[in-house]
Ligand binder design. Sequence first.
Ligand SMILES: C[S@@+](CC[C@H](N)C(=O)[O-])C[C@H]1O[C@@H](n2cnc3c(N)ncnc32)[C@H](O)[C@@H]1O
Length: 292
Amino acid sequence: MNYSFPHYLHAKQSVDDRALNKDVVKALTASLPQRPIRLIEVGAGIGTMLKRLVYWNIINKAEYVMLDKSSENIEYASAWIPQWAEETGLSVERGGKNQLRVFNEVYDIQIQLERADVFDFIPKNKKYFDLLIAHAFLDLLPMPESLEKLFMLTNNLAWLTLNFDGVTTFEPAIEPALDEKIERLYHETMKTSGGDSQSGRHLFNYLKIVKAEILASGSSDWVVHAINGKYPQDEAYFLHFILHFFEESLKDCKELNVNAFPAWLKKRREQIECGELVYIAHQLDFLAGVNP
Ligand SMILES: C[S@@+](CC[C@H](N)C(=O)[O-])C[C@H]1O[C@@H](n2cnc3c(N)ncnc32)[C@H](O)[C@@H]1O
């Protein structure tokens, strides 16, 4: 299988669409200013959130800075955004380097594709954004210091979504003790790479530390299973990529038997092929009010 990160983010869309907490989405919609807004999405990947916000009619007139440190993601976004926009009937204009405009009589979104490390971008930014979005991103970062820096980007709202919260489950069980061990070791690798495998629950306290106000919160679990033997959309690829993350993170782990782990991966991959694998990851969403 060819493992491509932009393809994984593309395949993740339908899983995220189901997962995002709709009460938090409602609170976001109610809190947005009734005028064209300026928003920034950090760790934006290929721009699936932008597409979602247009499709869900949450934004219609906006300046959208889409920032990611990966040039592969930004290049993919630059080709893919015009594609889906035109398929939706929106007109597309390319401005200067990495500028796009997608519009019709209802929508007018000016997009700036910014390839940068967000922590290099923050000190150069001159004007607050109305909304900061961090989607499937905060659990990669050291906290709470990263939150404090990110909140320098907005004087209004932060929508912080899909923050992993310490529970991964694969069903059906292969060997309960081994399943549990692999899941635990995988969570530990998130900590050693600078993130937090319980970032969801810890955000309640981190948001308090940085003096933000929680306006809404709720769970946004990934729940992936086949329907009539087939996974929806491209979710079989999504599942294969999740197992690929496990393989990459744990292949040198001394605590795992050299034969047992590859055999476990093989069985899980077979379960995807026959539509048997169920995958659940517990995550939390927040809408926060931010005071400069
Ligand atoms: C798990 S992906 C999520 C992408 C996107 N939000 C989505 O869910 O489709 C995390 C993204 O954060 C980006 N990233 C990680 N650290 C970053 C940093 N310091 N500055 C900017 N982007 C970063 C990665 O390149 C990756 O695209």
